[in-house]
Write a protein that binds this ligand. Structure first.
Ligand SMILES: NC(=O)C1=CN([C@@H]2O[C@H](COP(=O)(O)OP(=O)(O)OC[C@H]3O[C@@H](n4cnc5c(N)ncnc54)[C@H](OP(=O)(O)O)[C@@H]3O)[C@@H](O)[C@H]2O)C=CC1
Ligand SMILES: O=C(O)CCC(=O)C(=O)O
Length: 450
């Protein structure tokens, strides 16, 4: 075994690329982890000898299936469904479902791999998984979405369960879709259990679950700022996306006295220099969650600039919260952010920074938090929803929010513990990867060669 961390990373990546050809996002997610773990691993050969990392990049199970459904005109459509059950060393598989036309197995493997370490960071007993479909909910009627979800859940039902695998939402999957899938599962199994999270409040959901990812990301940014005796108060904040995570990131930035100035969708970005206030946020929630409209409609309504096909990263800010999708900040956009004075980046989305962007942030020594740490609040409250379901009780909004805050503070402390360099700068990527890895790896060692 080599004692040279750089060589270790190169050898391991050659192995991963040979076994998983053409899976660019999966390679990127693994590289980010191995690069920051290699020094730790060569000093702790028991993990290397037991091939823990080789086992962690191999899903325990990959399920792929056909999803046939009919549209409102009676036309037949065939989509593809997936569930990647990545790792169950510390608990049942847990992670969201994504419905988006661009997905493929590579995307779900990267998301599931990230999810394993993220779930470990929450300190709750959850393994990692991810899944979804190439179905595009955009432009579909409620009844078409329902028929698709029922067909998807009919096949998925045989693979999931409240103690086996507990899916939730992600891009394109919100309360409406979880409702349709939960309803179908209940009908097939004749049981009312906490098999999905993100359920409605009246039927087993947890208060604060919709808010949790966005709120948690801002709590994490606030924790990072505290290390500099600073806060969100008075900061200009750029946010990408306009879905679940982005909306509640805006809400928490407002609660803490910051000024959110951008939102986006796949069509472009709106820039509101006066700030997206609570009234405007309510408009965005109605536009996106009820009317399922486009973000340019905000620009028309409030007479602000709309940058078609552009992302928010050229707008001057103190804090950037990417909350849309993977690889949405390129290396040159990261440079622009830094040049404009941005000194905090907290990732609400999963892997929104390209490899180049991430390294620009790390080299600049700014407060930069990777998604697996900063956006862990969502799955953490999913874990709390599972606990409430098992106990058949509900905690209040204040109780759940307090637990969420505590979990985010705890993740921040773990990142500092494992990521603080001799110069005092915290590498949150390294900290999150080591802290997340050790718990899963120790459980795998204890459970033998499985
Ligand atoms: N929901 C959750 O609890 C959690 C979500 N995340 C991550 O947060 C991110 C956002 O998820 P969420 O808010 O739930 O999803 P939503 O579907 O609610 O919103 C997604 C937003 O991102 C935009 N978007 C999606 N794909 C692209 C793309 N390829 N290019 C540009 N914009 C895009 C969408 O625009 P459009 O409508 O035009 O597609 C939309 O505004 C994802 O990375 C997800 O994995 C992480 C942890 C938990
Ligand atoms: O709540 C969950 O189970 C999963 C959330 C999710 O998909 C994520 O953390 O990326």
């Amino acid at each position: 075994m080599t004692k040279d961390p750089k060589r270790f990373t190169e050898d391991f990546m050659a192995y991963v690329k040979a076994k998983n050809p053409g899976e660019a996002e999966f390679h990127q997610a693994v590289l980010e982890v191995v690069e920051t773990l290699s020094e730790f691993l060569v000093k702790n050969p028991r993990y290397v000898e037991a091939k823990i990392l080789e086992r962690m990049v191999e899903p325990e199970r990959v399920i792929q299936f056909r999803v046939p459904w009919t549209d409102d005109k009676g036309n037949i459509h065939i989509n593809r469904g997936y569930r990647v059950e990545m790792n169950s060393a510390i608990g049942p598989y847990k992670g969201g479902l994504r419905f988006h036309p661009t997905i493929n197995l590579n995307i779900f493997k990267f998301l599931a791999f990230e999810q394993v370490l993220k779930n470990s960071l929450t300190s709750l007993p959850m393994g990692g998984g991810k899944g979804g479909s190439d179905f595009d909910p955009k432009g579909k009627t409620d009844s078409e979405v329902m028929r698709f979800c029922q067909s998807f859940a009919t096949e998925l039902a045989r693979h999931i369960g409240p103690d086996t695998d507990i899916p939730a939402g992600d891009i394109g999957v919100g309360g409406r879709e979880i409702g349709f899938m939960f309803g179908q599962y209940k009908r097939l199994r004749n049981e009312f259990t906490g098999v999905f999270t993100g359920k409605g409040i009246g039927w087993g959901g947890s208060l604060i679950r919709p808010e949790a990812t966005g709120y948690g990301t801002v709590y994490f940014a606030e924790e990072m700022l505290k290390t500099k005796k600073d806060s969100i108060n008075g900061k200009t904040v750029t946010i990408s996306g306009s879905g679940n995570v982005a909306q509640f990131a805006v809400e928490k930035v407002l609660d803490l006295g910051g000024k959110p100035v951008t939102l986006s969708d796949s069509g472009g970005t709106i820039y509101d220099p006066d700030g997206i206030d609570r009234e405007k946020l309510e408009y965005v929630k109605m536009l996106k969650n009820y009317y399922r409209g486009r973000i340019y409609e905000y620009a028309d309504k409030y007479n602000v600039q709309y940058f078609e096909n552009e992302r928010p990263w050229s707008v001057k800010c103190d804090v950037a919260l990417p909350c849309a999708t993977q690889n949405e900040i390129s290396g040159s956009q990261a440079e622009t952010l830094l040049k404009n004075g941005c000194f905090v980046v907290a990732e609400g989305a999963n892997m929104p920074s390209t490899y180049e962007a991430e390294h620009k942030f790390l080299n600049a020594g700014i407060l930069y938090a990777p998604g697996k740490a900063a956006n862990a609040g969502g799955v953490a409250v999913s874990g709390l929803e599972m606990s409430q379901n098992s106990m058949r009780m509900s905690w209040t909004r204040e109780e759940v929010d307090e637990k969420l805050k505590c979990i985010m503070e705890n993740i921040h402390s773990m990142c500092v513990e494992h990521g603080k360099g001799s110069n005092g700068v915290v590498n949150y990527v390294k900290g999150a990867n080591i802290a997340g890895f050790v718990k899963v790896a120790d459980a795998m060692l204890a459970q033998g060669l499985v």
